[in-house]
Design a protein around this ligand. Structure first.
Ligand code: CP
Length: 310
């Protein structure tokens, strides 16, 4: 069977079909349970982070090393010729892509990964561009949902928190719209899901509703996807007011379904009380761990023509 992801840029989750998403999830599942594999042997991958990261960068770098590849790169643009000497992103990418077999980029500006793909001679993988997209987070989110629910179709997914600036919820809602899921949105009104995402959901006939409190979402949710309010977008007083609005504690967990799980892309500030960590509903640390397997799967598929064997 041919591999449709071979040598593909991964810029937006919307560029991937349902079959491609399922292929990545199946491959991640195989890799999570495989004893040893060297799918990235002799591959050099550039990890270019112009914005802070803990999980995305380190799970990518772990994935590369676990699969026998080598990482080059930087964790801040400051000490690059782009940061210090005014080199353009397009020139930087032309050069970096001549050194590596694939380039992972995180950048604060929306559209930076798409721009990079126009100047790169090798696949570009978007590790997050501003408040736009975070497709590899969505891959690990989908893998985690599949792992804890044993399916992706016909689930009730509640998105809570900063639905405006949180790029992970944009990518995840777009991906799950391919799986006949129903969505509930719970956010401060100033942080509601952007109109362009709602328009896409309407076009795809996705059933969604806006909710006002946890009581409305918890009894029916299969997944509660919590997000951090992006502090960097507000002044301190406004942030305190908005951030305090939807905090999930044990007290809110009344009458959940027995299969319900709580996800969060992390980092968490205080939107999930630490007491929730010890409940059977918390799945966010396993979700973060799954970042390694989802990224192993993606890199294996992008850099190998034949499909990875389990
Ligand atoms: N979830 C996520 O993208 O985390 P980092 O910002 O730490 O990479």
């Amino acid at each position: 069977m041919s591999n449709p992801l071979f040598q593909q840029h991964i810029i937006s989750i919307s560029d991937l079909t349902r079959a491609q998403l399922e292929l990545i999830i199946t491959t991640a599942e195989q890799l999570k349970h495989a004893a040893k594999h060297d799918a990235l042997k002799n591959k050099v991958i550039a990890s270019c982070f112009f914005e802070p990261s803990t999980r995305t960068r380190l799970s990518f770098e772990t994935a590369i090393q676990r699969l026998g590849g080598t990482v080059i790169g930087f964790d801040s643009g400051t000490n690059t010729s782009l940061g210090k000497k005014g080199e353009t992103l397009s020139d930087s990418i032309r050069i970096i892509s001549s050194y590596a077999d694939a380039v992972i980029i995180r950048h604060p500006k929306e559209g930076a990964a798409r721009l990079a793909s126009e100047f790169s001679s090798v696949p570009i993988i978007n590790g997050g561009d501003g408040s736009n997209q975070h497709p590899t987070q969505t891959l690990l989110d989908l893998f985690s949902i599949y792992e804890c629910q044993q399916r992706l179709d016909n689930l009730n997914i509640a998105f809570v928190g900063d639905l405006k600036y949180g790029r992970t919820v944009h990518s995840l809602a777009q991906a799950l719209s391919l799986f006949n899921c129903q969505f509930q949105f719970l956010s401060p009104s100033a942080l509601a899901m952007p109109d362009y995402i709602l328009a896409e959901l309407n076009e795809r006939h996705v059933n969604f509703q806006t909710c006002n409190n946890f009581e409305e979402i918890i009894p029916q949710a299969d997944i509660i996807y919590m997000t951090r309010v992006q502090k960097e977008r507000f002044d301190e007083t406004e942030y305190q007011h908005i951030a305090a609005k939807y905090i999930l504690g044990k007290a809110q967990l009344t009458n959940p379904k027995s299969n319900m799980k709580i996800l969060h892309p992390l980092p968490r500030v205080d939107e999930i009380d630490v007491a929730v960590d010890e409940t059977r509903y918390a799945y966010y640390f396993e979700q973060a761990k799954n970042g390694v397997y989802a990224r192993e799967a993606l890199l294996s598929l992008v850099l190998n023509q034949s499909l990875v064997k389990g």
